[in-house]
Write a protein that binds this ligand. Sequence first.
Ligand SMILES: NC(=O)c1ccc[n+]([C@@H]2O[C@H](COP(=O)([O-])OP(=O)(O)OC[C@H]3O[C@@H](n4cnc5c(N)ncnc54)[C@H](OP(=O)(O)O)[C@@H]3O)[C@@H](O)[C@H]2O)c1
Length: 245
Amino acid sequence: MTRKLEGKIAVITGGSAGIGLGTAKRFAEEGAQVFITGRRQSELDKAVAELGRNATPIRADVSDLADIDRIYEIVKAKAGRIDVLFANVGIYELGTFGEITEEHFDRTFNTNVRGLLFTVQKALPLLMAGSSVILTGSIASIKGFPSLSVYNASKAAIRSFARSWIIDLKGRDIRINVLSPGHTQTPGLSVLADEAVRDAMKANVPLGRMGTPDDLAKAAVFLASDDSNYISGIELFVDGGVAQF
Ligand SMILES: NC(=O)c1ccc[n+]([C@@H]2O[C@H](COP(=O)([O-])OP(=O)(O)OC[C@H]3O[C@@H](n4cnc5c(N)ncnc54)[C@H](OP(=O)(O)O)[C@@H]3O)[C@@H](O)[C@H]2O)c1
């Protein structure tokens, strides 16, 4: 059977854990050469051990613009181009309105919004005609969640970026879409929400279960591949139905 991403060069930020790692696995199975980024070398090493020889780890923090430059220097030297960019890094931490600190705001926006913006902008010289850019959003882009207003706003900003960037890039044949997870079992979510909170989340999902990184990965393969070649600017919710009520 033909693989959907045969020969493609894919960059996945935050590819050493959770949704990013799940997607890196699917991309590699579909024939892509994947570059994965993350801050912790230990997690990158573990991920590459799972992914095999088609994966290259790059230690980089997307809130540091010099680190983003380094990602693309390495990708340019090793592959010369990018066919799929999955700008997936996002942090979520609680901040109750009334007690929100500058540090909480800056950490969240520097990573989720500023980091994502420069992750995509700095990739532009390497993005080929026909390439696909996927931004990780969240159901939080259109829903309210208590004590998460800064995070929720960061995800609304990402959704907005896609709307404008497809116009800014008109004529370059680059598709940009937002992939928005619902409640998904990942290492990051386990830090934010204990088992009782995760059970309450699950009870709220029309499909009756939490998402898995692989649920997101399958949708990412769709957005990355030619199967979605006339789809640009959308927000695809992969959430068991949670965003719709
Ligand atoms: N899980 C959910 O329920 C859920 C729901 C909606 C949306 N999302 C979104 O999905 C995306 C992935 O979430 P996840 O749950 O898979 O997260 P996760 O399990 O915490 O994994 C995050 C990944 O990003 C890396 N990372 C974090 N901060 C980074 C930074 N500043 N620079 C570079 N890499 C960084 C982590 O590695 P290091 O820590 O080593 O850097 C790790 O590889 C995020 O954008 C999140 O907002 C998740």
